[in-house]
Design a protein around this ligand. Structure first.
Ligand SMILES: [Zn+2]
Length: 104
């Protein structure tokens, strides 16, 4: 069994955050999803573990690894297996709420 299983609320929160990141910083061009962000030496990356790609989204914005050099090295090792790519940028859902209705 997976000892690191996360509670459902955290999953939902992570999902929402991912959606925001997907819109703002792009997604894997293949599966149109992303994981992360994770920080390495003050650079923040999104990645797709399935397709082994990564893209840098910011510098020194969050720095989740601050004061955690071991975590940082772990992230660096993890990301070193990924290929840096240009992410696919999704279009903003300009008016997701009422656009369809307004058009008709
Ligand atoms: Zn992918």
């Amino acid at each position: 069994m997976n000892a690191e299983a996360t509670p459902k609320e955290i999953d939902a929160e992570t999902e929402a955050r991912h959606r925001e990141f997907e819109l703002r910083y792009g997604v894997c061009p293949i599966c149109k999803r992303c994981s992360g962000p994770i920080s390495v030496n003050k650079y923040d990356w999104l990645y797709c573990a399935k397709h082994r790609v990564k893209w840098c989204i910011s510098w020194n914005l969050w720095d989740f690894s601050e004061g955690r050099p071991r975590k940082c090295r772990k992230n660096q090792r993890f990301l070193s297996r990924f290929t840096t790519i240009e992410p696919l940028h999704l279009e903003e859902p300009a008016a997701a709420k009422g656009a369809e209705r307004d058009e008709n």
